[in-house]
Write a protein that binds this ligand. Structure first.
Ligand SMILES: [Zn+2]
Ligand SMILES: [Zn+2]
Length: 366
């Protein structure tokens, strides 16, 4: 049921096709919320979808890194800390809603819930049209993990919390933390820079970052990475830096955020005996990587995959940003901001220029 008002939304109809439409805003049912979207940052997966590299049911509303202000509440809804949500609260929320009692929810991987509903990915239906961030309002389903965002965090810093930052928090958790570790971060995009800063803040002895792009590597200096190594021509220099930093042993923890099969091969060779490796970046099919089981066995390597994150990682992410926003220039990672009317220009700019993040502010001036 709509509440009688209409809101503007950038509806994705297929690769390269966005259309501004007016859609009816719903009256939230029990456990639901209607949130006014103040900021939505474009994540790499949004760009993949826009370019047709990632299948999605259309029509849909893209955008899942979202920040908003609660406008309507269906009954009593609480945040992750169990406190009731109120009208006017500034919130972000998990990229998906989960049921809480299926096989996967009960086993600590709610991001694989059997009845998962993802924001910025769902086909528009009569009951649930406003499910993405590139619209003036977003309709939140029951089972969405909500978190209040501290006033001290500006929109551009807080907005990537529920995808980029929370995924990095999940990666470090999966890797068993990083205190006193030499950490290798592979990829110096939004997630990589966040991983450098988070590892540095969480007691890493040394943070080494590698990428094929010098401009990305240059940014990593102000995010806590002591060594910034180009792997455009191969991993020789990286091996040398790691040998020097670890007395030839190899890194304690590596986090793969680039999705490149070459990076996986480099990372395996970079680990010390008993080292931990978390794979995050490969979210679309890649060519296979040759792995020798004996190498993994004899070197007692621990390899983990991570996709998305848990609600606790989201809380950790917002907490981390609040504690760290004055130490690292997160705000500078959003290089341009566009109005909803200019959403196509936002995608074109993001694809052509590849900055860490581009923001769209659907309700600026509304
Ligand atoms: Zn994302
Ligand atoms: Zn479930």
């Amino acid at each position: 049921m709509t509440n009688g008002t209409e809101v503007k939304a950038a509806v994705f109809l297929g690769p390269g096709m966005l259309e501004l439409q007016r859609l009816g805003a719903p009256e939230p049912d029990e456990g639901e919320l209607l949130v006014r979207v103040t900021c939505c940052t474009l994540c790499g997966s949004d760009l993949h979808t826009y370019q047709g590299h990632r299948a999605v049911d259309v029509p849909t509303i893209l955008g899942h890194e979202i920040l908003g202000e609660v406008r309507r509440i269906g009954g009593r809804v609480t945040d992750l800390a169990g406190r009731p949500i109120e009208i006017g609260d500034r919130v972000t929320w998990s990229v998906a809603a989960h049921c809480g009692d299926c096989f996967y929810c009960e086993r600590g991987v709610p991001q694989k819930c059997v009845s998962l509903r993802k924001y910025g990915h769902e086909r528009i239906t009569r009951d649930h049209a406003l499910s993405g961030g590139l619209a003036e309002m977003c309709h939140l389903a029951p089972g969405t993990s909500l978190i209040r965002v501290p006033d001290a965090l500006i929109d551009n810093v807080a907005c990537p919390a529920n995808c980029a930052t929370a995924t990095v928090a999940g990666a470090l958790r999966t890797g068993g933390g990083c205190r006193d570790d030499v950490v290798l971060v592979q990829g110096a995009g939004m997630l990589g820079l966040t991983a450098c800063a988070m590892a540095a803040r969480r007691g890493a002895r040394r943070v080494i970052v590698c990428d094929v792009d010098d401009a990305r590597l240059a940014r990593a200096e102000s995010f806590g990475a002591q060594d910034r190594v180009s792997v455009r021509e191969g991993a020789e220099r990286l091996d040398e830096v790691i040998r020097y930093a670890t007395d030839g042993r190899g890194v304690d923890l590596a986090v793969e955020l680039s999705g490149s099969p070459d990076a996986v091969a480099h990372g395996l060779n970079a680990l010390r005996i008993g080292g931990r490796y978390v794979w995050v970046g490969a979210v679309s099919p890649t060519p296979p990587v040759e792995i020798h089981p004996e190498f993994i066995v004899r070197r007692l390597l621990n390899i983990h995959g991570l996709h998305n994150y848990t609600p606790a990682d989201l809380a950790d992410a917002v907490d981390f940003l609040e504690q760290s926003a004055d130490r690292y220039p997160f705000g500078e990672l959003v290089t341009r901001t566009f109005a909803l009317e200019d959403v196509e220009a936002a995608f074109r700019y993001a694809i052509d220029t590849r900055p860490p993040r581009v923001a769209v502010t659907p309700t600026d001036g509304v």
